[in-house]
Design a protein around this ligand. Structure first.
Ligand code: ATP
Ligand code: MG
Length: 285
């Protein structure tokens, strides 16, 4: 039986979360101890551990069938592969930055200037869309020191909190794109592999959905239940069970985590008590 080959980053900011996602899908991976290929013992999948820059290319060339990369690396690799799913981790942005003392007004600042980056393809497209001509200086790492050593007037690099920029005396001036980890696939996978991918995708979706939602339980007097149900943006009608205490019920539902904090005060005001919020491991419809 054929196996689906998935390429993930060997070591870096995507590695841990990529493996974690695979494991949360119930797929067992033996601890490889630095091996470059690992085979699952309970799912028809093989894991290839690669540099993140190479993943899109290898998926395009069918060395791997699917892969997990940053959207930025996918766009920069400029390969003919499909985005199958957005995975919600490794969130960051690609931004232009200049020395913090530079008087910056708008993107025209970069006209005829030198910009250092590891993302020449994305940057070139962005500058073209803004009608700016600049000299792009490709460097593969430590981009943020380029302005201070006189190599460039600005940089285009990954930013998350901005602390790396700040500690290098730089300020962010334009956002080029947002990025997060994505699952990519080779177009035209054979039927058997496509079927394994669909099985994996079903599990990934259940895991991602579960991360965004929480299970909520609360107690309330029966006459308050209608109002509380109206406040809860549950996925379906909630479950209501009678408590031993006369006139009280327990209500169970599912709620999006980000919405929960908005409505917690309303719930309490409406008479909800003993509110419990618990994580959900998998969510399947
Ligand atoms: P490799 O050795 O595999 O080439 P790398 O050094 O090029 O690794 P990493 O720094 O591990 O790459 O980043 C991998 C990806 O993680 C980036 O392409 C980006 O999508 C994302 N990323 C980078 N920095 C951050 C950050 N600070 N926060 C969140 N995500 C990030
Ligand atoms: Mg890399």
């Amino acid at each position: 039986m054929s196996k689906l080959k998935i390429a993930i980053q060997k070591s870096g900011r995507l590695s841990e979360k990529s493996l974690e996602l695979i494991k949360e899908c119930g797929i067992k991976i033996p601890n490889g101890g630095g091996k470059l290929i690992s085979e699952s013992t309970n799912f028809p999948i093989e894991i290839l551990f690669l540099r993140d820059d190479d993943i899109a290319k290898y998926v395009e060339q069918n060395v791997a069938d699917i892969g997990i990369v940053g959207e930025n690396a996918y766009l920069e690799a400029n390969q003919n592969v499909d985005i199958v799913e957005y995975l919600g981790f490794a969130s960051c942005r690609l931004s232009l930055a200049v020395s913090k003392n530079t008087a910056y007004t708008d993107i025209s600042f970069f006209q005829n200037k030198k910009i250092a980056t590891s993302y020449p393809i994305i940057l070139q497209k962005y500058l073209e869309s803004k009608n700016v001509q600049a000299n792009i200086e490709f460097i593969s790492g430590s981009v943020e020191i380029a302005p201070s050593i006189g190599l460039a007037d600005g940089i285009c690099d990954i930013v998350s909190s901005g602390s790396t920029l700040m500690s290098n005396g730089l300020k962010e001036v334009e956002k080029v794109m947002d990025s997060q980890a994505i699952l990519i696939a080779s177009p035209g996978l054979a039927d058997e592999k496509q079927a394994i991918l669909q099985k994996l995708l079903f599990r990934i979706k259940a895991v991602l959905r579960a991360k965004e939602n929480k299970y909520i339980l609360l107690n309330a007097p029966n006459e308050k239940l209608d109002e509380i149900v109206r406040i809860l943006p549950g996925m379906k009608s909630p479950t209501i069970l009678p408590l031993v205490d006369e006139g009280w019920s327990s209500l169970h539902s599912v709620i999006q985590e980000d919405k929960f904090w908005d409505i917690i005060d309303e719930l309490k005001k409406a008479g909800a008590e003993s509110i419990l919020v618990a994580p959900i491991e998998k969510m399947i419809f």
